[in-house]
Design a protein around this ligand. Structure first.
Ligand code: ADP
Ligand code: MG
Length: 224
């Protein structure tokens, strides 16, 4: 197993807008070891979401390369990219995007079944993760029957369900009150360390950023 979870190599992203080229990323480089939790900070509009979209294989760089778990990601085939997304990545969104018709445990089972895990194995893993996140007594609740913090914990369990190398989060605690945000983040930090999962977390919360292993700053299209 590669000890390096993620490498971004000279990643650029240019947008063509009304005849002009906007150079949002100008050669971003980053290496995340397994188990390393890193804060991505920078002013609004500096390119944090763009960087996360490229790292998450939801967008392609103009040039440069994404390497996940030691293996470069093909920038051509969408099928291969989707497979790599399922294999190597987990996502935590600010508005958790849980499926409202499904219970907590089903929301964590689904990404595993999409990957091809049997329902029984997926159920076991989902229960284990939700229990580790303090939701053992909420397995069959639907998202609307859970508090904001509980919903975010289900989203974390879902992100970890396929044992990704890297979890990505874009302002994940933005819609929680600060106390809840701290609590959810502490849980995430502990579980990421236990499971040797790297994380790149965009945040404006400097107190939260300060508790991560390292802070990288988006500045003029590169990471400093
Ligand atoms: P942040 O997440 O740090 O606030 P973003 O990555 O969302 O920054 O945006 C960085 C810059 O890239 C902004 O100026 C934004 O308008 C521009 N941008 C992002 N996506 C696109 C797009 N699809 N087309 C054109 N410009 C974009
Ligand atoms: Mg953003």
């Amino acid at each position: 197993m590669s000890e390096i979870a993620l490498q971004l190599e000279n990643v650029t992203r240019h947008f063509k807008q009304a005849g002009e080229t906007l150079e949002v990323l100008r050669g971003a480089n980053l290496t995340l070891k397994r188990g390393e939790v890193v804060a991505l900070v920078g002013p609004s509009g500096s390119g944090k979401t763009t960087l996360l979209q490229i790292t998450g294989l939801l967008d392609k760089p103009t040039s440069g390369q994404v390497v996940l778990a030691g293996k470069p990601v093909d920038s051509g085939s969408d099928k291969l990219r989707t497979a790599r997304r399922l294999q190597d990545l987990g996502f935590v969104y600010q508005f958790h995007h849980l499926l409202p018709e499904f219970s907590a445990v089903e929301n964590v089972i689904l990404p595993q079944m999409i990957k091809g895990v049997t329902k029984q194995a997926a159920h076991g893993k989902a229960e284990e993760l939700l229990t580790a996140l303090g939701l053992g007594h909420r397995l069959t609740h639907r998202p609307s029957q859970l508090s904001g913090g509980e919903q975010q914990r289900v989203a974390i369990a879902r992100a970890l369900a396929n044992d990704p190398a890297v979890v990505l989060a874009d302002e994940p605690t933005g819609n929680l009150d600060p106390h809840k945000a701290d609590e959810v983040f502490d849980l995430f930090l502990r579980i990421a360390k236990e499971r040797n999962v790297a994380a790149l977390i965009a945040t404006h919360n400097m107190e939260l950023a300060g508790r991560m292993d390292r802070i990288v700053r988006m500045q003029d299209g590169i990471l400093a």
